[in-house]
Design a protein around this ligand. Structure first.
Ligand code: HEM
Length: 149
């Protein structure tokens, strides 16, 4: 059973991906509205989150916890244009980071970021706790090859 984490190339590859993505977000005219300045821990925390979701170490949950992720997006009021640009920049970064060019892998990563961006947007717009997306833990993302064993 190969996890998405292993197939991607582990921490080193995911860190490269998140750094490339974050550099794009900081330079992007649409995303700059929400990412005006570089936050020193953003790349590491994104790497931890992605690694855990893809079947790697559970550092995000043990060091930060899912409630942290809800808090950082709360009240950002993410627009559809920002969410779409976030996903597009992430997909570009996957190419630039040289992650495996495998159709099943790419589909799983795309679904992961589309889902995450949807959750982040919903939580960013929530007026009350009842408006938050119901997810309360890092999603364990799997892919076809993993289910097939
Ligand atoms: C797969 C989707 C997403 C994931 C996994 C994710 C993950 C994270 C994480 C881990 C942090 C904390 C960073 C830190 O501790 O410094 C964070 C912060 C933040 N996220 Fe997201 N996020 C997602 C989607 C989005 C979207 C769609 C937007 C807006 C377009 C957004 C905007 C922000 C902002 C503004 C912050 C706080 C300020 C900053 O660190 O620059 N996020 N996100």
């Amino acid at each position: 059973m190969t996890t998405l984490y292993e197939f991607a190339g582990g921490d080193e590859a995911l860190h490269r991906l998140e750094e490339l993505f974050y550099a794009k977000a900081l330079a992007d005219p649409v995303l700059r509205e929400v990412f005006p300045v570089r936050q020193p821990h953003h790349v590491d925390h994104l790497t931890w989150f992605t690694a855990e979701s893809f079947g790697g170490p559970d550092r995000f949950s043990t060091a930060l916890g899912f409630a942290y992720l809800i808090d950082v997006h709360r009240h950002l009021k993410i627009t559809d244009a920002q969410r779409e640009r976030f996903v597009a920049a992430y997909l570009e970064a996957i190419d630039e980071a040289g992650l495996p060019d495998d159709a099943d892998f790419r589909a799983a990563v795309r679904e992961h970021v589309e889902f995450g961006a949807h959750v982040a947007q919903q939580n960013s717009l929530a007026e009350t706790d009842a408006d938050l997306h119901p997810i309360r833990e890092v999603p364990a993302w799997t892919w076809r090859r993993q289910s097939e064993g």
